[in-house]
Design a protein around this ligand. Structure first.
Ligand SMILES: *Cc1c(COP(=O)(O)O)cnc(C)c1O
Length: 402
């Protein structure tokens, strides 16, 4: 390591702004990125739905000694595109049916790039009143779409896990310890969150679900279906002030001298410091992409895209029902259908999925429901066609027959 400079001694030998990239070169590199992204999105149905690399080969191609001297950004970028970014799951692929796909829209990608390019900060009012307002507006749009009451407050987080965890921390901070009731199908991020919070296991009760795997409560998650790139998840809390009560932190060095004062935590019309609603202090703006998506498409079009995803699962179920060798285990609900091939041995489903995934044509999930191995399609990508579903089911049938 180099010795730190003695104050003032060598400043003249280090040029100002030595990390700057010349404007013409920024444009050339930036346009290249746009071209690569557009190419990828336009051809996303052609490549593999998932491609997983060999650890040693990937390490050899992307590793090497610490780069000490400058290199060519274009060729480095090409390595990222050709090697790192081809070995990934393409959750926006038309035949990516595993877990919950992520068919991000292009306006959302642009919103995300804008936020990064402007180093948009959404941690406090004084430093980020614009991005904060975009976030408050987006949260209020979500509140209205979900029919939640006035006064509901929220925050955008990295995803469902952090939203669940942040909500649990807030509830516990404000109401104290209690017993947590979950369904036996509750997302595993909740139990992990509870473990991380130190809730004793005897304070967590799992309620058994029936044949249909449901409890008698409504509501599925909005964040999976807003067509956003990673990362984004929304937490909305009906009771005003709960998040600020749980997370407020105002040490001297964070107080903004230009701020009008404490934000009005009972209403979202004042100066909101979003750093006080969760555990993130340096927060990027996740709201810009969702705001741009909503402004570009409007909810009518987005709702139709969601309806198409739901209808695709219904269509998959009807294709399966047309052949008595298939059994639909849970009827299509909210874009998900689970099914099984009658008479298969343990491990057959997983093997068929592995074959299809390695081939690259499509991918889907296997799961265990009430102790039995099941196949699961999640069909929320509006780009998916009936032919994609038919092709996937036919290939599974062939693989399970052979
Ligand atoms: C998807 C999901 C999660 C996990 O979300 P991440 O964004 O992957 O952290 C947690 N809980 C529920 C209910 C979900 O649907």
């Amino acid at each position: 390591m180099n010795q730190p400079l003695a104050p003032g001694s060598e400043l003249s030998t280090i040029p100002a702004d030595l990390l700057a990239v010349d404007a013409a070169e920024m444009r050339a590199l930036g346009y290249r990125v746009v071209d690569q992204v557009v190419e990828q999105i336009a051809a996303r149905g052609d490549g593999s739905a998932v491609r997983t690399g060999d650890p040693a080969e990937l390490r050899a191609a992307l590793g090497g000694p610490v780069p000490v001297t400058p290199g060519d950004p274009l060729s480095a970028m090409q390595d990222l595109v050709d090697i790192a970014l081809t070995h990934t799951q393409h959750t926006d692929h038309a035949r990516y049916f595993a877990r919950v796909p992520g068919p991000a829209t292009f306006p959302a990608v642009l919103g995300d790039r804008l936020a990064t390019g402007f180093q948009a900060f959404a941690g406090c009012w004084v430093g980020g009143s614009g991005p904060t307002t975009v976030e408050i507006v987006v949260l209020d749009w979500l509140r209205q779409l979900l029919g939640l009451p006035d006064g509901t407050q929220g925050i955008l987080l990295s995803g469902g896990s952090m939203a669940n965890m942040t909500g649990l921390i807030a509830v516990r901070a404000v109401l104290g310890d209690g017993v947590m009731y979950l369904s036996d199908q509750t997302h595993s991020s909740i139990s992990r969150g509870l473990r991380a919070l130190g809730l004793p296991p005897e304070h967590v009760r799992a309620l058994a679900t029936g044949e249909d795997l449901r409890l008698d409560a409504g509501a599925a998650d909005p964040q999976k279906w807003s067509f956003q790139p990673y990362d984004i998840g929304a937490l909305l809390v009906r009771r005003p002030g709960v998040l600020d009560q749980a997370f407020s932190m105002n040490p001297e060095y964070l107080i903004d001298v230009t701020s009008a004062g404490a934000s009005d935590i009972a209403a979202d019309f004042g100066e909101v410091d979003l750093r006080n609603r969760g555990l993130e202090l340096s927060r990027r703006s996740r709201a810009l992409k969702l705001w741009l998506t909503l402004r570009t498409y409007g909810t009518d079009t987005l709702a139709r895209a969601i309806e198409r995803g739901i209808a695709l699962a219904d269509h998959a179920a009807s294709l399966l029902r047309a052949n008595r060798r298939w059994q639909v285990v849970t009827a299509a609900q909210l874009g998900i259908v689970t099914f099984a091939r009658r008479g298969t041995a343990d491990g057959d489903h997983a093997r068929a999925v592995a074959d299809l995934t390695t081939d690259g044509y499509a991918t889907l999930s296997t799961t265990m429901l009430h102790g039995r191995s099941r196949l699961r399609l999640c069909t929320i990508n509006p780009a998916t066609t009936e032919a994609d579903l038919r092709g996937t089911i036919e290939r599974l049938a062939m693989s399970l027959a052979g």
